[in-house]
Design a binder for this molecule. Structure first.
Ligand SMILES: Cc1cc2nc3c(=O)[nH]c(=O)nc-3n(C[C@H](O)[C@H](O)[C@H](O)COP(=O)(O)OP(=O)(O)OC[C@H]3O[C@@H](n4cnc5c(N)ncnc54)[C@H](O)[C@@H]3O)c2cc1C
Length: 1021
């Protein structure tokens, strides 16, 4: 409720932060000093009280960042450790780390701990539980009711947060829903017996709901897919409606917490959409948290206010700065996406103040809740309200249980309502929450640390954030990579190599673009694509249709089938074009690749649509495939520039010694269908930029994508004959090409059977053959992921599911053997099997699909055969049921399947399946786990989920695969970051997207020139 100020204030400007305004600043300082004085007069004992082990630990953590990392990691893993020996082992591994400075007595204690683990483990666990207790108000509803009453006696209102964030299965989501309903019932019943409301439960027009529950949407359903908001919202509403209904019945208030950025638009959309439902328009009272550290927070808030006005729906907004700053920054940098948060702390503070003013401009409809422990942010809100004549009871402050107690008291004493955010739940599983609080308390830039350690004076703490922006050190602007992010060799490149950014499909505009592209592509299907040999389009051949695996009746296009004579013609054309291409400077060849990369990028959505239709790639997979193709072009272009300059091998007076590279000759590139654009591009442009002439043979299932790539490379400037497009059947014409005496290199990715045959054929030297043939051969995998008993299952389960079932398990890197350590086997398996049904199976044209059809009828038949075999030798633990509407169109769908009790000699454990089938094995210990993992014919990718530094170190030494992934999924290699390729029957040890790759298509030449003439040398020597 607002009473008008003497002179109306101008509206909050839409651009820039609020500049310092002297009268307002004076009021902010006065309010701030008042709060500080009250806080100093009644210091509350807490985390930073001078006594106590926590204070010492936190002190230590702030002084030694290495100790802080290791301590918080230990706190995070502790709940999963179920024996004293394990606790002691982890403690030693974390805190025994050489980088960590420990008190000598503690070091000795740690070293001796293995002698009597129980003596150490018990107290350590108790201490961590105690630490958690500082931030968690209790375990169950009874504790909660007690806390609510305690708060009420102190004048505080309460909002309840039920601990538990990630749910991986419907069962877990149901359990969480039930806990919410139980809390609403129990607490409502208890409060009904209580007397008068607390000071903070009284608003300007009377009592406010005393029961106030904060909800996180990620805990409501496992089916949250930010790229598919429509279906996610349907799933979320199913569990949100019962909560809102019960809240309405018991007169409770529901607040939507705000989580990481990827959920932000979804949370806002859900909030609006459910409140637009007739039954929830009048009640219950609701609120939502908005994060001022986000650059788009202001736009969201303005949009929310406009929406609330349209609906005439009063709501609350909890204004926070945001709890995931590091996470958002790192993630955006990893993905080359714009960083969504402000890069400087003062910017978040300044935005907070601007949004405070904006909220007050709409105090007639929006009730503000300022959730901050920062005295300046609170004082500013008080001063803003004061200058607008807003009743202090018309808004509230919120603070966390266990933190900023003296601020809560000071705010109460100055007549402000304060609500405490009380997390409740089992202490040990609530560690994610504890770690967030510990980080907040010790954060370098946080108010709490600055105040509690005395690092800043009160004067400094009350300064206007915009002033700090002008005086403070400048950090890199958002979106700008920190030092070291650029490619390590960028110094020699022009322009430096940067990975292409995948599309962020959480953005509605991106989803609309791809939908439109899919529609447009539908209208262009069925075209005929001729061969291209020596720059000539050869159309009079037999044509083969290429179909959509999700709807085989839909023909994507027809490709001309090359004959043996065409193959001979292509080799002749390539040979003829080779000398001029070899003589073309590396710089010019690189520039062509970069133009191709630009063309690929400019046609991103159109190509995504084609990948979805011809290869049945789900949206994000299609988009990643395209990014990888672009990366190959840019990375190999940069690499060729580097290799194109002769390198001095040794500096010695009187002799100029260099090494240079020359191309091999004619290369045949034979690509698979599973990365129909990325691998085909990589296998083609690498030899091409190295100066070879190339014959490109795409997989028959995805030859239309190959034709489009040919079109793009031609448009980019690859001369006639230097690249030839030769779709054909491998058995008829591919073999002929490999054996051809005028072919110098073969770049192949595909099955083991074909790869080995190519290797063998290429090894035979024919009369008249100029060179020994080079074969770059990448084949399959039987990839294993090991789950240690201390693994973080909230992370491991989604990663395992995606690695195994993403793109229907049709990646050479896909997970097919899941090796689970006995110590955590039951716990893992129960959650894992319960989580399997949440993996979306469907038409890849739908944005949320993870598992689409497999590539063709043959593949489907083969995989189904393996599933039958699995049923004979292992236990069928789970299999998806395919909805009839999915299979009605004849799509090549295979139900994702999980077998347990698999043994090393089983066929499903030994042979590559190339479909969504997992074999789970139990391992006694890490020794056995590594032995099982390494006991395959293949060595491509592999992974380990563990929170034991020792186990992670062992994996690096003992888990022998080409690409080892620790604590993450095992698919999704990125060019340059993860050079890709394996050994054993997975390939010849080459690394696509790695720095040595181009050398496969080059011969090195060493040149030594005697520069000593009549006793003198050129000056530079
Ligand atoms: C009751 C309550 C409820 C909350 N609910 C939520 C919620 O739903 N969602 C949520 O995300 N958070 C929530 N938070 C946490 C909140 O977002 C803040 O992380 C926390 O309160 C610290 O902010 P502050 O104003 O108290 O402290 P300050 O020390 O003033 O601010 C610290 C904050 O500044 C920001 N920051 C730090 N470094 C930088 C930098 N270099 N550049 C830009 N910004 C930076 C970060 O947001 C950091 O948390 C809640 C907090 C409270 C008290």
């Amino acid at each position: 409720m607002a009473t008008s100020p003497a002179t109306p204030l101008p509206p909050v400007p839409t651009t820039g932060f609020l500049p310092p305004d002297p009268p307002l600043e004076a009021a902010v300082r006065a309010e701030g000093e008042k709060l500080f004085a009250l806080m100093d007069a009644h210091p509350a004992p807490g985390l930073f009280s001078k006594k106590g082990a926590y204070a010492r630990l936190m002190d230590w953590a702030m002084k030694d960042p290495a100790f802080k990392t290791q301590l918080f990691r230990f706190v995070d893993v502790l709940p999963s450790l179920d024996s004293s020996t394990e606790i002691v082992r982890h403690l030693q591994e974390y805190l025994g780390d050489k980088a960590v400075e420990l008190h000598p007595a503690l070091k000795t204690g740690l070293a001796a701990a293995s002698l009597a683990p129980a003596l150490v483990a018990g107290p350590v666990k108790a201490q961590v539980v105690d630490m958690a207790r500082q931030f968690v108000a209790g375990e169950g509803p009874d504790d909660l009711v007690k806390q609510l009453r305690r708060n009420a006696r102190a004048g505080l209102a309460t909002t309840i947060d039920l601990l538990g964030e990630t749910v991986v299965s419907a069962a877990e989501a149901d359990a969480f829903l039930q806990r919410n309903l139980d809390v609403l019932d129990t607490v409502a019943a208890a409060l009904a017996k209580d007397g008068a409301p607390a000071f903070s439960d009284l608003g300007p027009s009377g009592p406010l709901p005393r029961l106030n529950l904060s909800v996180k949407i990620s805990a409501l359903t496992p089916d949250v897919h930010p790229a598919d908001p429509e279906n996610s919202i349907v799933a979320l509403k199913q569990r949100l409606r019962p909560i809102l209904r019960r809240a309405r019945e018991v007169g409770a208030f529901i607040n939507f917490d705000m989580e990481s950025y990827k959920f932000k638009d979804l949370t806002l959309a859900l909030f609006k959409s459910i409140l637009e439902e007739e039954e929830f328009r009048p009640a219950p009272p609701v609120g939502i948290a908005l994060q001022a550290y986000l650059r788009d927070c202001e736009a969201d808030l303005r949009e929310l206010i406009a929406w609330a006005r349209r609906l005439r729906r009063p709501i609350s907004v909890r204004l926070v700065k945001g709890a995931y700053w590091d996470y958002e920054t790192v993630l955006a940098q990893q993905r080359a996406w714009p960083v969504p948060v402000w890069s400087r702390k003062a910017e978040s503070d300044a935005n907070y103040e601007k949004l405070t003013a904006l909220l007050f401009d709409h105090a007639d409809l929006i009730t503000s809740a300022f959730a901050s422990h920062n005295v300046r942010s609170c004082a500013h809100a008080i001063a803003q309200a004061g200058r607008r004549g807003i009743d202090p009871r018309a808004y509230e402050f919120q603070a966390l249980y266990g933190m900023a107690d003296e601020l809560k008291a000071a705010l109460l004493q100055t007549g402000h309502r304060v609500r405490e955010y009380c997390a409740v739940g089992a202490l040990l599983p609530g560690m994610a929450y504890l770690v967030r609080r510990l980080l907040e308390n010790t954060s370098n830039e946080g108010f709490l640390r600055a105040r509690n350690t005395g690092e800043a004076t009160k004067e400094e703490l009350l300064r206007h954030p915009v002033e700090l922006l002008h005086t403070g050190d400048r950090k890199p602007e958002s979106g700008q990579a920190p030092a070291g992010y650029d490619s390590p060799v960028s110094g020699v490149r022009s322009p430096p190599f940067r990975n292409a950014a995948n599309t962020d499909f959480t953005r509605a505009a991106a989803r609309d673009q791809l939908r439109a592209a899919l529609q447009a592509a539908g209208a262009r299907l069925g075209r005929r694509w001729p061969l291209v040999i020596g720059g000539r389009r050869i159309a009079d051949r037999e044509y083969v249709p290429s179909v959509n695996p999700a709807r085989p009746a839909q023909i994507i296009g027809h490709w001309a089938k090359a004959t043996r004579a065409d193959a001979d013609a292509a080799v002749a054309a390539a040979r003829a074009a080779f000398p001029a291409w070899r003589a073309t400077p590396a710089e010019a060849r690189s520039a062509i690749l970069e133009r191709a990369a630009d063309l690929l990028e400019s046609r991103r959505m159109e190509l995504n649509a084609l990948l979805i239709l011809e290869a049945a790639k789900p949206w994000v997979e299609a988009d990643a495939d395209l990014s990888e193709a672009i990366d190959f072009c840019r990375f190999y272009a940069a690499e060729m520039r580097r290799l194109g300059r002769p390198e001095i091998t040794q500096r010695v007076p009187g002799e100029h010694c260099t090494q240079a590279w020359i191309p091999r000759g004619v290369t045949v590139s034979i690509a698979p269908w599973n990365f129909p654009l990325a691998i085909l591009t990589g296998l083609t442009v690498a030899p091409l930029v190295a100066g070879n002439a190339v014959i490109m043979k795409p997989a028959r299932q995805t030859s239309i994508i190959g034709a489009v790539l040919m079109e793009i490379l031609t448009e980019a400037g690859v001369p006639p004959g230097v690249l030839n497009y030769l779709p054909c059947l491998g058995s008829e014409v591919g073999g002929h090409l490999v054996a051809h005496r005028q072919v110098d290199a073969i770049a192949f990715t595909g099955s083991r059977a074909v790869g080995c045959k190519i290797w063998e054929t290429a090894g035979q030297t024919l009369p008249g053959q100029a060179n020994l043939k080079k074969v770059v051969c990448e084949m399959g995998g039987k990839n294993a992921l090991i789950i240690d008993s201390d693994a973080d299952l909230d992370e491991a389960i989604p990663a395992a599911l995606y690695s195994a079932f993403g793109y229907s398990g049709q990646k050479c890197s896909a997970l097919s053997r899941l090796i689970v350590l006995a110590g955590g086997y039951e716990r893992f398996l129960e959650r894992f099997l319960a989580a399997c049904p949440s993996v979306p199976v469907g038409d890849p044209a739908q944005p949320g699909t993870v598992v689409g059809p497999v590539i063709d009828a043959d593949a489907r038949q083969k995989i189904l055969g393996y599933i039958e075999q699995g049923k004979k030798e292992a236990t069928l633990a789970w299999q998806a049921t395919l909805p009839p509407e999915l299979t009605a169109g004849g799509g090549y769908y295979v139900p994702p399947t999980v077998f347990t009790d698999a043994k090393p000699d089983h066929v499903i454990v030994r042979e590559e399946i190339f479909g969504p089938v997992i074999a789970v094995m139990k391992a006694r210990d890490l020794d056995e786990a590594f032995a099982l993992a390494n006991g395959a014919d293949y060595a491509l990718t592999g992974g380990l989920f563990s929170r034991s530094p020792g186990a992670l170190e062992r994996a690096q030494r003992e888990f022998l695969v080409g690409n080892l992934y620790l604590n993450r999924g095992i698919t999704g290699a990125i060019v340059e970051r993860h050079p890709f390729g394996g050994f054993k029957m997975s390939g010849g040890g080459t690394k696509a997207g790695g720095r040595e790759y181009l050398q496969n298509f080059l011969f090195p030449r060493a040149i030594a020139e005697n520069t000593l003439r009549r006793g003198f040398t050129p000056p530079e020597e």
